[in-house]
Design a protein around this ligand. Structure first.
Ligand code: GTP
Ligand code: MG
Length: 255
């Protein structure tokens, strides 16, 4: 099979992405992070980019993740490690990854290896027509309970802030960095960051393309999406986001 990133496909010249910063949030991912970084690096290597970097955002991990991230950064100059002294949450990790990114395009994916970075080749050519190319999970490789939770959450997000993207929380996003800078600082520390990001991009008029991607089971570690504190924070931040997004609009309505 010839993918868009494959020189045999003859489309490499058409790909507008020449340099890319991959951002990988990682909280206690000692069982996954090395494999994930290796896979991401190999995938990016195969795309014929001019330059790239892989940024591991260790979000105050209590396991071997920080040491592994440092060792990989030491061994490969294209890998960088960013550390949070304390755990800040998924949104905090995404934000510091975005801040650390130096190249024109940012590829956000999870440090737990649930996505296949080779599929970035499918997203890249679409960057020609959209400044945000985001994945949606064709089939979620999660347990039924987790899937129900995720579905409910997606409905709540849709109702509360009105986002019409198929899979808001899919951690497979290619974004033009200048548009990230343009939308201004993101504020959520938790899972709401994904909704905040898409909402702000939409308000800024950024064209978003959606692409089906695969999703693989977690190989090691435990999912934290169902942690009651994570959920409580998500709801708090969702309400805050709604307020923030609706205020300017109502203020502009002439009386
Ligand atoms: N949950 C969580 N994840 C974090 C945090 N900081 C960074 N991450 C990373 O964010 C990514 C997504 O978290 P996951 O717990 O895998 O969430 P998920 O993929 O929606 O669900 P599961 O994989 O089923 O847990 C992973 O790579 C985590 O390591 C944090 O404070 N909480
Ligand atoms: Mg995961």
């Amino acid at each position: 099979v010839c993918s868009a990133g494959d020189p045999r496909a003859g489309t490499v010249m058409a790909v507008p992405v020449r340099e890319l910063s991959a951002v990988l949030p990682a909280h206690d991912e000692e069982g996954n992070i090395e494999r994930t970084v290796r896979e991401v690096t190999a995938a990016l290597d195969g795309l014929g980019l001019d330059r790239f970097e892989v940024i591991v955002v260790d979000d105050g991990s209590a396991d071997a993740t920080p040491a592994l991230a440092d060792a990989m950064a030491e061994a490969d100059p294209r890998v960088r490690a960013v550390h949070h002294p304390r755990n800040r949450g998924y949104g905090g990790a995404v934000r510091s990854g975005f801040d650390a990114a130096r190249y024109d395009w940012v590829f956000l994916t999870d440090g737990d290896g649930q996505f296949d970075p080779a599929e970035l080749a499918v997203l890249l050519p679409l960057a020609d027509e959209a400044d945000a190319v985001v994945g949606y999970r064709r089939d979620r490789a999660d347990h039924a309970g987790r899937r129900v939770n995720a579905w409910l959450w997606a409905q709540v997000v849709r109702l509360v802030v009105g986002i019409h993207v198929r899979d808001v929380d899919c951690a497979f996003k290619l974004l033009r960095r200048s548009r990230l800078v343009e939308v201004g600082p993101l504020e959520a520390d938790g899972a709401v960051i994904s909704a905040e990001l898409l909402l702000k991009l939409d308000r800024a008029g950024v064209v978003v393309r959606q692409v089906p991607v695969s999703h693989r089971p977690r190989q090691a570690g435990t999912p934290s999406g169902a942690d009651p504190r994570v959920i409580a924070r998500a709801f708090r931040e969702l309400v805050r986001l709604r307020r923030a997004m609706h205020q300017p609009a109502t203020a502009l309505v002439p009386d």
